[in-house]
Write a protein of this length. Structure first.
Length: 284
């Protein structure tokens, strides 16, 4: 996955959707065509006084003046290989009211950590602007959306987001920065289980054996390791509309050429801004 020819391919086509293609989607070319079709469609609808931006993801929900009442329709707006990530669609809305993260084994109701470990689908929103300095990695359970729209939410200054062996995650509209390593301690990952975590990489968003993942409209900067890393059999991922700055190893898709399962990795990288102060892996 880390071949240099692929890296060059990425570098030369920053603005167009980019696909890494192999199974498990039987015909990845169809996915590519569908992405181009949706972009063409959005561009065709551009016009004087139209709300359209030409970006099919944004036009899908921003043109709805009532988007705040219809938050879950965001789940239908992804394009590319992560398109089927439904996140917490059809689940309850959970409002984060408490920015603390004092107890990572028995998190308090109202905190972000309490929400993401639940077994049921949840659409997680924020009561107000907040800075959440996590004490340990935020280990997500399946079928969750973290929806930062309408508030200024920073996940910063501590360990950040870990998506490990779970599916159907949408992360939208968060500022993720200054992420640190965590670990050497117990962290809860579901209502019925917590486990010992070794030292973490210190990524902004770490996807490990995860599938049906969509990371959209986040700003990411200045983390200890990667801003967004997808490894160990992760696939069916879309990374779109993100703003990345001030960072060394930006994005890693597959950590080792000898990890053959990652030959199947399918990721769409579209409409991201690779901004100032980035050094390498855009992506690798
Ligand atoms: C999208 O538009 C471009 C330029 O007009 C065209 O070449 C391409 O065939 C279109 N693709 C699809 C899938 O509609």
């Amino acid at each position: 996955m880390a071949s240099s020819s692929l890296s060059l391919f990425f570098l030369f086509s920053l603005l167009s959707p980019i696909l890494i293609a192999s199974s498990p989607v039987q015909d990845p070319e169809l996915v590519v065509q569908e992405v181009h079709r949706s972009i063409n469609e959005s561009r065709r609808n551009l016009g004087y006084l139209s709300c359209g931006s030409g970006n099919p993801i944004d036009d899908c929900w921003r043109c709805d003046a009532n988007w705040e009442k219809n938050r879950q329709s965001l789940a239908d707006c992804a394009i590319g290989f992560g398109k089927n990530a439904i996140g917490g669609k059809n689940g309850k809305i959970y409002v984060v009211t408490d920015s603390s993260d004092d107890d990572v084994v028995n998190p308090k109701p109202g905190t972000l950590r309490y929400a993401v470990i639940q077994d049921e689908p949840l659409w997680i929103i924020f009561a107000r602007d907040m800075v959440i300095k996590l004490k340990e990695e935020l280990i997500m359970n399946s079928f969750k959306t973290i929806d930062g729209r309408g508030a200024s939410v920073h996940i910063a200054g501590g360990p950040c987001i870990t998506i490990q062996y779970v599916t159907n995650i949408i992360i939208h509209g968060l500022n993720i920065h200054d992420c640190k390593q965590g670990g050497n301690t117990n962290v809860r990952d579901s209502p019925s289980h917590y486990g010992f975590r070794t030292i973490s990489d210190g990524d902004g968003v770490s996807i490990f054996g995860g599938s049906h993942i969509w990371v959209d409209h986040c700003s990411l900067s200045n983390c200890h390791d990667g801003l967004i890393d997808a490894i160990h059999g992760s696939t069916a991922i879309t990374i779109s509309n993100n703003y990345m700055t001030h960072h060394d190893k930006v994005m890693l898709l597959g950590h080792s050429d000898s990890y053959t399962q990652d030959k199947n990795m399918q990721v769409t990288i579209a409409f991201n801004h690779f901004g100032e102060g980035l050094v390498q892996r855009m992506p690798r």
